[in-house]
Design a protein around this ligand. Sequence first.
Ligand SMILES: O=C(O)CCC(=O)C(=O)O
Ligand SMILES: [Fe+2]
Length: 338
Amino acid sequence: MPPMPVTYEPRATPRLERDAEIPVVPVDLESRIRVHAVAERLTGAAGGVIDDPRWAAAARDAWSDLPAGVRRELLRFRRDSGPTGTLLVRGLPVDQETLPGTPTVPGSVQRRATVPAGTLMMIAAGLGDPAAFRPEKSGALVQDVVPVPGQEDFQGNAGSVRLGFHNENAFHPHRPDFVMLLCLRSDHEGVAGLRTSCVRQVIPLLTPEAREALSAPEFVTAPPPSFGAGSGGTEPHAVLHGAPDDPDLRVDLEATRPLTPRAADALLELQRLFDLTASTVLLVPGDLAIVDNRVTVHGRTAFRPRYDGRDRWLQRSFVLADLRRSRQHRAGDGLVLD
Ligand SMILES: O=C(O)CCC(=O)C(=O)O
Ligand SMILES: [Fe+2]
């Protein structure tokens, strides 16, 4: 018999995490009623002024009154955000009957406590501490994510064209650890999808060359347009950093620029892999998406606003896992970074 030809096993295909589903924490009726009651009580605390530090303190205390099952899941996610770096809490109280019209003005924020805003702030206090950035949406702790007339093409949350993948405030040394997006109202056609892609799904698919380039300080990142002019960009930084076997991600496809040809190629590869591995969630009222901003980028598919008061409306808050680290940027130990 002739000798067997040597056959080479194709390299084992890395286990694709891309089929990994975003975990859902369902909030049942009993828990929803409880969350509602706690959040409603909170609306009367400290004059109901969200950005008053006394109100944030009341929200932090109220976290302990939330249903234990909900708190347990959130604390598990806080410890390990899993292969998608995203969690969907479904069924939070958002009363459609009393919900006002969707705001349409630029820079819209919530100043007065409501049940949804209270829910966001309690959960933010469980994941870490809520925080905001003064140049962005006037430093409000609860911000509206709504389409704004005339800003359709804006690469920020006032736009309605497709929004590219980004780590929130990637340029900032104290960018949020978690981004929380609570849906109050879906878009008319039910097509606006929150897209997320986690570095843990992307890493096994990257070529070694791209991985090496992304790990080198060959990128700079500008502030997003929501910060307005005047905020500076970064020093050269790496897109992948931290633990080689579970790196952190720092990139904004609209704002991160490569400094070398290999960095440019690697960014294109990364963009392709974000698209390949992305999960898309059509948020419905009462859905809270929590994105681990250290390992996961997010974006949004396009949709068509009508500016009729019934447009898509999310409320957004940021969380810092270790508030103390940003003390230098926070006058009077408040929750707003300058
Ligand atoms: O509209 C969305 O689903 C996400 C918008 C966004 O990136 C943000 O508000 O940070
Ligand atoms: Fe964002």
